[in-house]
Design a protein around this ligand. Structure first.
Ligand SMILES: *Cc1c(COP(=O)(O)O)cnc(C)c1O
Length: 411
């Protein structure tokens, strides 16, 4: 029987229902316990011998019912369209970075990673600084340049992992997941995709041939900005091949039951939220695109975006909730915009219900070497907007009044 019978909308609404509960609780309780008692010696022995009929849990770092419930829904969401989606599992982590680093340590040890150059900051830093000390080297390469990727795979027999993000920051470039997956398969390399920005609402990389999906659950999966969490999702066979559950158990970056419960609660409205995020972002992208103070808008939903056709082929129901844009007035205009927004919250991150705005050159990337910052596409006037689920017209009105206060530029 196909495990996922319903659409993503219905699956998520029922995300927090326990399969069974001794008291008939409608929503999944928080099993806030570190250890679990055994009914008998035999009960405990069977658990540790992985035999049927014994205890189901022993200690919350190895497994916890609230966290298990979350993992089963994440596996269902990422595996929704796969015929053999029963073979998909998920492991929840204490943060997106715990998920990413644990997965890479397990899968790329004593090998090479080929990764896209524009990576989430901490992922990039991990690959450049800590991973080499653990015997993991990284080649940075535009993965959508398939000839270059083919050559790199051909030249380097040590490649173990190809690592991509569905949408790269800040240029919002979209990875050609299916084509990269074909090459990964041809060279017997594990293809890992960070699906935080697109989420399974818009794109499910496993359906396009990726082997492993990683998430910062901190963002859209939670949706309310109330926790830090992460997940790794993939086929049981790959989890077993790389002992991922053992790596998580021993490196120890497990999710706590309370965070799992908050995520289950947040996931109930996942589809509604994603629909609104995407609808608002499209509207705002079009608005900014014709604004005289703006020179460039980066959003794959816009026809002018270089990856628009690719995104249209692989994304469903919109293009996500993050866009960036460049102000003609550069650095000073960015600072002025930040100081004049009212509805938008001045904060880093994404995937919260409210709209978050930030100006990397004066905030997150202000201490970065200027040349490196510009190389990464983070120009002086670049602004990042993580669009929320307020009424779209209200966000546009806020941007309109704040942009009116930005020094007019003489062109
Ligand atoms: C936030 C983020 C991460 C890191 O996740 P944490 O939950 O903050 O550890 C990784 N990848 C992407 C794309 C992110 O946006």
């Amino acid at each position: 029987m196909n495990k996922s019978k319903f659409s993503i909308e219905s699956e998520t609404v029922h995300a927090d229902h326990p399969k069974s509960d001794p008291f008939g609780s409608h929503v999944m309780p928080i099993y806030q316990t570190s250890t679990f008692k055994f009914d008998s010696v035999a009960d405990g022995r069977k658990f540790f011998a992985h035999e049927e009929g014994g205890a189901t849990h022993s200690y919350s770092r190895l497994g916890n019912p609230t966290v298990d419930r979350l993992e089963s829904i994440l596996a269902r969401l990422e595996g929704l369209g796969l015929p053999d989606n029963k073979e998909i599992s998920a492991l929840a982590f204490s943060s997106g970075m715990a998920a990413i680093s644990t997965a890479l340590i397990a899968m790329a040890k004593e090998g090479t990673v080929i990764a896209q150059p524009a990576l989430y900051g901490c992922t990039g830093q991990f690959l450049k600084e800590e991973a080499p000390e653990l015997g993991i080297d990284t080649h940075f390469l535009n993965l959508n340049d398939l000839d270059a990727l083919d050559k790199a795979l051909n030249d380097n027999p040590d490649v173990k992992v190809i690592y991509a993000e569905t949408i790269a920051n800040p240029t919002m470039e979209v990875s050609n997941i299916s084509a990269i997956a074909d090459l990964a398969e041809a060279y017997d390399v594990t293809f890992v995709v960070d699906n935080t920005f697109a989420t399974p609402y818009h794109l499910r990389p496993l359906e396009h041939g990726a082997d492993i999906v990683v998430h910062s659950a901190t963002k859209y999966l939670n949706g309310h900005g109330t926790l830090i969490g992460g997940a790794v999702v993939g086929r049981n066979t790959i989890f077993e091949e790389f002992n991922l559950a053992t790596y998580r158990k021993n490196l120890g970056g497990v999710m706590s039951p309370f965070e799992a419960w908050l995520l289950l609660n947040g996931l109930k409205t996942f589809s509604l939220r994603m629909e609104r995020h995407a609808e608002n972002t499209m509207k705002i992208a079009e608005y900014l695109d014709q604004h005289e103070a703006v020179s460039n808008v980066f959003y794959p939903g816009l026809h002018s975006h270089p990856d628009h056709d690719l995104a249209s082929d692989i994304f469903e129901d919109g293009y996500g909730g993050v866009l960036s844009f460049e102000l003609k007035g550069g650095f000073d205009s960015g600072v002025e915009l930040m100081e004049n927004v009212d509805l938008c919250t001045l904060a880093v991150s994404l995937g919260t219900a409210d709209t978050l705005i930030q100006h990397p050159a004066s905030m997150t990337h202000s201490v970065m070497d200027e040349e490196l910052r510009l190389q990464a596409g983070i120009t002086d006037g670049l602004v990042r907007l993580a669009v929320g689920i307020e009424k779209g017209d209200d966000i546009i009105a806020d941007l309109t009044q704040a942009l009116a206060k930005v020094e007019p530029v003489t062109i």
